[in-house]
Design a protein around this ligand. Sequence first.
Ligand code: GTP
Ligand code: MG
Length: 389
Amino acid sequence: MVTNLPPEAKAKFAKYQEARTPEEKLQALQEFLSVVPKHKGTENLVRWIRRRMAELREEIEEKKRSKQRGRGPSFFIPREGAAQIVLIGYTKSGKSTLMKTLTNAKVVISDIPYATKTPVPGIFVYNDIQFQLIDTPSIVPDEDVKINRRVIGLARNADGIIMTIDLSQDPVAQFTSLRDILEKEGIIITRPSGRVEIVKSSGVNNIKFVFMGELVNAGPEDVKKLLESYKIYRAEIKIIGKVTLEDVENALMGINIYKPTIVIGTKKDLDVKGDNCRRLIEAVGNMAPVMCVSEKEYFSDDLGRYLTDLLELIRIYTKPPNGKISEKPLIIKRGTTVIEIAKILHEDLYKGFQYAKIWGPSAKYPGMRVGKDHVVEDGDIIEIHAKNI
Ligand SMILES: Nc1nc2c(ncn2[C@@H]2O[C@H](COP(=O)(O)OP(=O)(O)OP(=O)(O)O)[C@@H](O)[C@H]2O)c(=O)[nH]1
Ligand SMILES: [Mg+2]
């Protein structure tokens, strides 16, 4: 989609990526936009740039306002627990009711539309896993209003989405229009067959690959060349599933990002014959898992299981050398490497990392010695050896 940008545009994009403050980012995007050729192939990119610029302008405004009020922007919710999931839906689709039932959050529930005015986080616990759910103001249909952009901004920064659909209204119209709104903003709710994660690193120039799939139309050298054309010389690239060079470029630019999504039909008690639930399931098809619930019956175990599977969360257990295995698991994303675990556990383990020993599914034999790029699996026990510890 974004292939063949002229070198000048790539250089400007690199400048945008280096920019630190919203003001610098906005300026850099403006310059990037002015050199992006405008044709069919860049339509999505141009739309994405304009959106991002609007978001940045609002961020700058918000910063000014919060300085006057003396507190931080109210639309940023720091991540807690294993994953952050944003609720998205039209008004009175039962988002706040769902929050109240599943979490400890103090939310406003009302028959008056648009009762929720600001995002409210709460923790939903399933099998020792803490999911941070965020209640949000409702999406306003058919309008390009600020609140929609801000809620979608929340979703962009989250790990996943719960889409609420009111089963007492036309479920298909709600689902299709919400999916379209997200798609226009570059958020895809269906898992692509392959995807790429790019983490920029510091230190020596080095592009490192972690393969959990394959590159289909290119080799690692082509990827390196592509990254270098965007002035990226230090990064770790995870290839998951079947991935094309174009996928790498999209991931690099942060366009069309996949957000694992669960669709929840609410107010099942008002859908007496279950027709609307069936219509919703049919309309969603293989795009995402669907559940139909009511405030009396939330099937929270099913929801927990769906979230765990969809977000590809796994458990691992840690142990110090010659010590005991931790009782509680550490919940991480599938594909996490040993050095990433060291970083989560302790700065010293990360900085002084030497090697790790693994027992469990990812070890060829018990106590196998591995390096920092080893990818762990569900149920592994890991013992990290670091200097000076
Ligand atoms: N019958 C029935 N009513 C429900 C159910 N869930 C929520 N409601 C009602 O639907 C109305 C709206 O619910 P909320 O949870 O406030 O909806 P929301 O999506 O948060 O909506 P806003 O934040 O106001 O935009 C309230 O009057 C709820 O009591 C349900 O399962 N069954
Ligand atoms: Mg609400």
